[in-house]
Ligand binder design. Structure first.
Ligand code: ES4
Ligand code: ZN
Length: 350
């Protein structure tokens, strides 16, 4: 299956990938050496002394997204290892390199267009100016378009587990760089942080012409209510997309609203199967697809999900949902329809 020529050759669109979640052990080690920042991982802050130890630490990620703490000394929660990587991004060149490494991999997988997320609050709270982040990403996007045949637009995410009062200042600090930013999202730990807390900033973003999306991760507490808020209320009349949102498959009324409003779902199956049974996951993906809801398949945090990139996510659903080649093409057509590229690019995509 891993040498499936059809899936490899398929021109792809990736709409759910956190750029900070693409930091490979190799890049993490390189950045730590470059800046002289010692690497530590987990609540016990165990030092890491080689690229191989970083690789092992990545393999030991345990616990549900949002789990309170790791089970043992050598186990790290997802958010510990994810935000631990932020500290290594110090200068424009680092943000550039992170993005270029992703774009190169995307090009190898025949990804022709993508909309990566980034989490500016995780950087600005460490004293990194917005300008440093955005100049790095912009230069990477320009290079990718020119040399790699990969187009991109960025989505700025608000951290839902940070104080609500930080959301609007973060949004306003982004505005000078809006030429590369197409949408506003909501991510990080979802526990007891409903989308409704962030109505004000999403309403403002909508009025200013941004596209809107929000994470509703699989099988989270109050997931159906969170999905309802996103599709009915966020930014006034509901969001344009949901990131995950797979529990909509449990509720006919949510599925109906999503279909009526033509809201896209960006699913990342490699993440779900780490915490849920295959039956739970793939029956829902099938159900949503068969109902004509515009789902697309993506990688989420590939470096922290056993090195599963969008190509592997597509192999997985091809096998487990029994998607035919023409259904895999339909998944890409869904992505064209729900993506925020320019109309002439959408028309030309095949
Ligand atoms: C994330 Cl897997 C996941 N869930 C929520 N927020 C995130 N940010 C990056 N990856
Ligand atoms: Zn995500």
């Amino acid at each position: 299956l891993s040498n499936d020529k059809f899936v490899q050759g398929l021109p792809k669109i990736e709409l759910h990938v956190h750029i900070e979640g693409t930091m490979t052990p190799e890049l993490r080690w390189y950045l730590s050496q470059r800046h002289g920042i010692p690497l530590r991982a987990g609540s016990d802050q165990i030092p890491l002394f080689s690229e191989e130890e970083v690789r092992q630490a990545y393999k030991n990620i345990r616990g549900r997204i949002g789990a309170a703490s790791a089970e043992g000394r050598k186990c790290f929660t997802f958010f510990e290892i994810y935000y631990g990587g932020f500290d290594l991004l110090q200068c424009e060149e680092d943000f550039f390199l992170l993005a270029v490494c992703y774009f190169e991999r995307a090009a190898d997988m025949n990804v022709r267009y993508c909309e990566p997320f980034f989490d500016p609050q995780g950087h600005t709270r460490r004293g990194i100016p917005f300008e440093v982040i955005m100049k790095g990403f912009k230069r990477a996007s320009e290079l990718a378009e020119r040399k790699l045949n990969v187009k991109s637009k960025w989505i700025m995410c608000i951290l839902r587990d940070s104080p609500v009062e930080d959301a609007m200042p973060t949004y306003e600090a982004m505005l000078p760089y809006r030429d590369v930013i197409v949408g506003i999202g909501l991510d990080s730990d979802e526990l007891d942080r409903p989308p409704s807390l962030f109505h004000e900033v999403f309403k403002r973003a909508r009025d200013d012409g941004f596209k809107i999306t929000s994470h509703c991760d699989f099988n989270q507490k109050n997931t159906h209510e969170h999905i309802r808020q996103v599709v009915e209320e966020l930014s006034g009349n509901g969001a344009d997309r949901i990131d995950h949102g797979m529990n909509a498959a449990d509720r006919p009324e949510l599925m109906e609203t999503i279909r009526e409003k033509d809201i896209g779902l960006t699913l990342s199956p490699c993440g779900y199967v780490r915490h849920s049974s295959e039956e739970e996951v793939f029956s829902r993906i099938r159900k949503l697809f068969d109902a004509g809801i515009k789902i697309t398949i993506a990688s989420d945090d590939p470096a922290y999900m056993e090195d599963n990139w969008v190509l592997h996510a597509l192999y997985l659903v091809k096998e487990k949902c029994n998607f035919s080649n023409s259904e895999l093409v339909q998944l890409q057509k869904n992505a064209v329809s729900i993506c925020w590229a320019d109309e002439d690019f959408k028309d030309s995509f095949s």
